[in-house]
Design a protein around this ligand. Structure first.
Ligand SMILES: *[C@@H]1O[C@H](CO)[C@@H](O)[C@H](O)[C@H]1NC(C)=O
Length: 260
C-alpha cells in the first residue's frame, strides 16, 4: 500500500531539493520505491564501545553476530538487507587507536570491519554513521545521513538487553518526528544478551541507563519535530552544543568507562 504513498511524495521531495543532488535522490528514491519491490530491511547496530585497540567490545560483538545472522537468513529468503553501524565514539572515554596505523578508530568503523572480516558480510551492504556520540544522536544521525535520503523505512534495531529500553524509546521518538519524507517508519527491535559486561559494571550501567531514560523523557517531552530535535542537540545537549567548549572536559571515570 505505502509504495504508492511514497511515489506520490517523490516529486515534492525533488522540487524542494531543486538541484543535481535532488535528481540523484529522485533516481535512488524511484529505484527503492518502484512498485512490487520490497524496501530493504535495514539492520541497525547502535554504538556500544570499542576496546583500547579499536575492536568491538564483547557485548557489541554479540550484536554484530546477530546482525550477521539476520543478514544471511533474510538474504537466503530472497530479501534485500543492509546493515548500518552507528556512532563515532562516546563522551565517556577517548577514542581508541589502531595499534598498526596509529589512527583513531571510529566506532562505526570498528563494527563495520568486524562484520566484513569476521562475519563475511559483503561491504556493499554495510554502511557507517560515524558522527554520533550517544543514543539520541545515533537515531538522529541515522535518519539524517542514511534512512531519510535513501528512503529506507524498514528498520530492525539490534542491541543488548541493558541498553534496549532506552534505545527503544529514543528510536521510536526520533523516527516518529515530522517531517517524514518517505511516510511512516516501521521499527522492530531485537534484543541480545549482555555478554561480556562485568557484573558490577552491568549493575552500575543499568542504574545509569534508568537515569538517562528518565532525563530523555523529560527533555524530549516538548520536542515534536526534526527542527526542534536539531535545535535541542546543537544548542542544549552538552555533547554537541558549542557551549560545552566554555569549560574543560572532566577526566575519565574508570568505573563508568568499563561499560562503554
Ligand atoms: C566515516 O564514514 C564514512 C562513510 O560513511 C567513511 O567514508 C569515513 O572514512 C568514515 N571515517 C572514519 C574515520 O572511519
Amino acid at each position: 500500500m505505502w509504495h504508492y504513498f511514497r511515489i506520490q511524495k517523490t516529486p515534492m521531495y525533488v522540487l524542494a531539493a531543486g538541484s543535481l543532488g535532488g535528481l540523484a535522490l529522485l533516481l535512488i528514491h524511484m529505484f527503492n520505491a518502484s512498485p512490487g519491490q520490497e524496501p530493504p530491511l535495514v539492520a541497525v547496530v547502535p554504538g556500544g564501545g570499542l576496546t583500547l585497540d579499536g575492536l568491538p567490545t564483547k557485548w557489541v560483538q554479540r550484536r554484530l553476530q546477530e546482525a550477521a545472522r539476520v543478514y544471511f537468513e533474510q538474504q537466503k529468503a530472497g530479501r534485500k538487507v543492509q546493515v548500518v553501524l552507528l556512532s563515532g565514539g562516546t563522551t565517556h572515554k577517548p577514542m581508541p587507536r589502531d595499534p598498526h596505523s596509529g589512527f583513531q578508530v571510529y566506532e562505526a568503523e570498528g563494527g563495520a570491519r568486524w562484520l566484513i572480516r569476521e562475519h563475511k558480510v559483503p561491504p556493499e551492504d554495510v554502511f557507517e554513521e560515524n558522527w554520533s556520540l550517544d543514543t539520541i544522536a545515533n537515531a538522529f544521525m541515522l535518519r539524517t545521513t542514511h534512512t531519510d535520503p535513501a528512503g529506507w523505512t524498514k528498520l530492525l534495531v539490534i542491541n543488548n538487553a541493558f541498553h534496549m529500553p532506552r534505545t527503544k524509546e529514543i528510536f521510536i521518538k526520533v523516527f516518529g518526528l515530522p517531517p517524514l519524507p518517505n511516510g511512516q517508519y516501521s521499527l522492530d527491535f531485537l534484543e541480545v544478551p549482555d555478554e561480556g559486561v562485568e557484573p558490577d559494571a552491568l549493575e552500575s550501567r543499568r542504574a545509569r541507563e534508568a537515569k538517562s531514560l528518565a532525563s530523555f523523557r523529560q527533555r524530549s517531552a516538548s520536542i515534536s519535530s526534526m527542527q526542534q530535535m536539531h535545535a535541542f542537540l546543537f544548542t542544549e545537549h552538552m555533547a554537541y552544543s558549542s557551549k560545552r567548549l566554555l569549560k574543560d572536559r572532566e577526566p575519565v571515570d574508570p568505573k563508568v568507562a568499563e561499560s562503554y
